[in-house]
Write a protein of this length. Structure first.
Length: 427
């Protein structure tokens, strides 16, 4: 049941008080007009005193009820801000720590969500998704940085199992900047749909040696920009909990391959590194997920599990490279299965007051091995990504939230630092 607004209660209370005073005045008027000459005035005065006492008691009870209502509304607003924090209920969002960027599977830099709750919440209703008929415009800006001091990298930005020549890389610094336009719409109070369109700028600075055998370290810089992989998603709230029961939300996300992938860019055969960085993964993926949200005033606990199916495809590409003897040749790539992934996340959010909240979450993803033409590729390994993330949310007004999240990578394949700003606006 929707809770009446504070203004509605206040108007009703004023109307009740006014009607009581009118009735009291009417009683005085009638008493003075209709009382006979020999009326018992002491008895009338006692009756009026009793009515005045009853009126004062009613006003006192009304004030107490208004105080209780205001306190309940403050708790509800605190919960609303707490559940309207930055991180998508989708636990796969690893603050751009996707497997493709760090395994040579292509970039999925359009994924900018985090693991704190990212649903438009109306806590006075039995739903944590976007209310029916409501649209939430969700722009975001994300920056991530990662560095690597590995001595040798093989198959950089192509596939971790595709040998394109020995690359003597002393260090690599990667910078990603992602601006995303997203939106959610509530079809019902328990079903919402979402779309996200990212624009990506990437820059890699490498310190390496030429394949020709030069013993001098040289700097090699490359960048890339453009539309990333567009994503479509739907989420459905499975239950309407009562009491202290948790919410359960099922989701399904489709990632397209609208961005330029690693098989469409040119390579420098002197360093065997890409001249232009890709902005897409090169593969479609489908991700079912199940999430749980447990409100426990003033804390909200959440967690989830997801499985990502990266759909294999026939790449049919040839990558030029320079071999160890200094000869430029090509490597043909046929059917590629980048491997599926399994992700888990847990976290909690704490309402600091009715307008601000804080969250802390941890997420972990296991990524399967790459397969070429149906066989596990040579040198392919399982990869694990782990991120510890802290988030802060502040409600600017009734329609707009400001969300900031900072993530720290806990494994070598995860970005060192990720900072995300979001500004969801409800219409």
């Amino acid at each position: 049941m929707r809770m009446p607004k504070k203004g509605t209660w206040l108007h009703a209370s004023l109307a009740m008080m006014l009607s009581t005073h009118v009735a009291y005045a009417e009683t005085l008027r009638q008493t003075g007009r209709d009382a006979p000459a020999d009326a018992d005035y002491p008895a009338l005065r006692q009756q009026l005193a009793e009515q005045a006492k009853s009126l004062a008691e009613q006003q006192q009870r009304l004030a107490q009820e208004m105080k209780k209502l205001e306190e309940a509304q403050r708790r509800i607003q605190a919960m609303q801000g707490q559940l309207g924090m930055p991180a998508e209920i989708n636990p796969q969002r690893l603050a751009q720590a996707d497997e493709s960027t760090f395994r040579g599977r292509g970039d999925e830099a359009g994924r900018v969500d985090s693991t704190t709750l990212d649903v438009a919440t109306v806590f006075s209703q039995p739903s944590i998704l976007t209310p029916k008929g409501t649209f939430v415009f969700d722009p975001s800006l994300q920056y991530s940085f990662s560095s690597s001091d590995r001595v040798t990298v093989v198959g950089f930005s192509v596939l971790n199992a595709v040998l394109i020549g020995a690359i003597d890389v002393r260090s690599v610094n990667r910078n990603n900047l992602i601006a995303t336009l997203g939106g959610r719409y509530g079809l019902t109070n328990r079903l919402e749909i979402e779309a996200r369109v990212p624009y990506i700028y990437r820059r890699d600075d490498s310190l390496s040696r030429r394949i020709s055998g030069s013993a001098i370290d040289e700097s090699f810089n490359s960048d890339g920009s453009g539309i990333g992989d567009i994503e479509l998603a739907a989420r459905y709230q499975l239950n309407v909990p009562t009491g202290d029961a948790p919410f359960y939300v099922a989701g399904l996300r489709l990632k397209t391959r609208t961005g330029k992938d690693q098989y469409e860019v040119a390579y420098d055969t002197d360093f065997n590194l890409p001249k232009e960085l890709p902005t897409g993964s090169g593969f479609y993926s489908l991700q079912p997920s199940l999430s749980m949200v447990l409100p426990a005033d003033p804390v909200v606990f959440f967690g989830g599990i997801n499985y990502t199916w990266n759909i294999k495809r026939d790449v049919n590409a040839s990558i030029p490279f320079t071999n160890s003897s200094g000869t430029v040749t090509t490597r043909s790539i046929g059917e590629v299965d980048p491997g599926d992934s399994l992700g888990l996340n847990v976290g909690m959010g704490l309402g600091l007051n009715e307008r601000s909240s804080f969250s802390l979450s941890y997420e972990h993803t296991w990524i399967d091995k790459t397969r070429l033409d149906g066989k596990v590729a040579d040198g392919s390994m399982w990869v694990q990504l782990a991120t510890l993330q802290a988030g802060f949310s502040y409600r600017l007004n009734k329609r707009t939230n400001f969300n900031l999240s900072i993530g720290a990578g806990l494994t070598d394949d995860t970005p060192d630092t990720t900072v995300t700003l979001r500004l969801p606006i409800r219409f």
